[in-house]
Design a protein around this ligand. Structure first.
Ligand SMILES: Nc1ncnc2c1ncn2[C@@H]1O[C@H](COP(=O)(O)OP(=O)(O)OP(=O)(O)O)[C@@H](O)[C@H]1O
Length: 255
């Protein structure tokens, strides 16, 4: 089966002669459609750089990144916009909601920009909101929402266009543990019920334990990979902690 995402020998250098940082050092991996993949690693290991290169916010120095067979490192500006709009959904640590728009308007924005018919926008927005249990707050502005509600609005916004790939960067970073659990259960059902492909960067073992597979990155390269398989989430959590210990650090440093 062909991969949805294929990263091959990706290298990324920052800086210039005499002052070069190698943020990605020849990393390669594949993600199948319908996978829920976690990416972990110590601070500075290259997680955000990797996510930024996949999302075309940044560009690899060498190597290729294929999404649905298309090398996205070679896209021209217009094709890149199209790729971002149609293939990707973004979820950020700090929500990135527009403060002057209601939850409904935030969620519907991508469809509004696309020029979809308003009844279709309405039906889709309400359906997605119901799915994420935020239907009752659709008329609220971001300042009227809890952190957990904000992140579920942001998640609704990310999935409303049915993207091929959902990219989440520390999605639970600003949430209390109850809201984090609720959000991760939403991710789990998105992945199971709707077959959404999720790529989630996190430093948190609890958050990562909701993924099916985890890549551990060290110094811009792949250090280890573990699969949840049939084991319970708790057992997987323990396995994650063990790899984090091997990576060299405690909770505070390995992340
Ligand atoms: N724009 C930049 N210019 C120069 N160096 C950079 C830039 N962005 C990242 N780096 C460097 O690249 C390396 C990888 O950084 P990156 O932000 O990808 O790590 P990370 O794993 O996401 O870290 P964290 O968990 O702390 O967010 C680090 O050494 C960082 O200092």
């Amino acid at each position: 089966m062909k991969s949805l995402l294929s990263v091959q020998n990706a290298e990324k250098y920052y800086g210039n002669k005499g002052n070069v940082t190698k943020a990605l050092d020849g990393i390669s991996f594949d993600v199948e459609a319908g996978e829920f993949l976690g990416i972990m690693g110590a601070s500075g290991s290259g997680k955000t750089t990797l996510l930024n290169c996949i999302s075309t916010i940044d560009q690899v120095t060498t190597g290729s990144i294929n999404v649905k067979g298309q090398d996205i490192t070679r896209l021209k500006a217009k094709a890149m916009d199209h790729f971002r709009q149609n293939e990707l959904g973004f979820i950020f640590q700090d929500f990135n909601l527009l403060d002057t728009l209601t939850a409904y308007e935030n969620i519907a924005l991508a469809l509004t920009i696309k020029g979809e018919k308003s009844h279709l926008i309405h039906d889709k927005t309400v359906a997605v909101a119901k799915y994420l249990a935020i239907e009752s707050v659709l008329k609220h502005y971001p300042y009227q929402l809890s952190g957990g509600q904000k992140q579920r609005v942001a998640s609704a916004r990310a999935i409303i266009t049915d993207p091929s790939l959902i990219l989440a960067d520390e999605p639970t970073g600003a949430l209390d543990s109850k809201s984090a659990r609720l959000l991760l259960e939403c991710f789990e059902s998105l992945n199971k019920d709707l077959n959404s492909t999720i790529l989630m960067v996190t430093h948190d073992a609890f958050t990562a334990s909701y993924a099916q597979r985890i890549l551990f990155i060290k110094d811009g390269t792949l250090f280890s990979e573990i699969l949840r398989g049939n084991q319970s989430r708790k057992a997987f959590f323990q396995q994650i902690i063990e790899v984090m210990t091997l990576l060299g650090g405690d909770d505070e440093h390995v992340l």
